[in-house]
Design a protein around this ligand. Sequence first.
Ligand SMILES: [Zn+2]
Length: 300
Amino acid sequence: MILRDPITLIDSGPLTEEAWDALGAGLKRFGLEVSDVKRVLLTHGHQDHYGLAEKVADASGATLYGGRLDRRNFRQERSHGLLLEDMARAGFGLLPRLAVVASVTAVDRFAKPLEVWDELSGGETLPGDGWSVVVRSTPGHTPGSLTFTIPEAGVVFTGDTVLKEITPNAVVDEDPEESGRPFRSVTRYFETLDEIGRTSGDATLLTGHGAPVTDWSAHRKTLDRRYGIRVGQIERELAKGPAVVRDLVAAIFPRVKTLNVFLAYSEILGFLMYLEDTGRVEKIVSETRDRYRLVPAALL
Ligand SMILES: [Zn+2]
């Protein structure tokens, strides 16, 4: 929350009584009410970040802002058919596929779809009274993820693009700029991390969950180590022979619960596309399956 004119909320939290009460209580500590909020800036289209925004706008008349490429997320539009088809090609049976669609849809109850909002693409500067918000496009966690920098305060609101304790998952969804194709989440996310280092490495990063990140270069090293482990796991599995995503999920996340199958699928597919983009893995497409194999070292 930015308690300067215009009073600006960064992400609203989910559509729950607790979040609504917590927002009211937080504002009250500063002698304010929800009706005083003038702007709500949304870092990305996940329910726990934008869920309450429409209700805040109804109560206050605040203007909502969100990333252009997360438009479908904010409207809760999904291509279930595409997900079912892609997961079939990835080797998943009908039951796990239906369970994934159900679990993805179930999360919608934590958000009211947005009706009217201003779309941001990155590159904008929103004025304030003696302060400003610089908007940057930071695709990866979602296609339309944004960060909001307040240069006058030396802080950046990162949403889920940078988290201190959690390693963010770059979620695979349909590419909003290339319909019918998966968004190359991990590849884009790694580009975004480089960009954050260039533009915001000295700032205090205020994360969407938990503590801030104050030492970017140390944090980046930790991330690179963790992502390096994931790459190593996938390459070791593929060294045994070509595999579908389901085989890799079973080998790398052997105890994954139904609710998290989507995240595991998304994580592995995202990394496979990244390895494809860097020329280390190739996709073998047959009529019914998408398999992946290591590019022989001799060809690199
Ligand atoms: Zn998120």
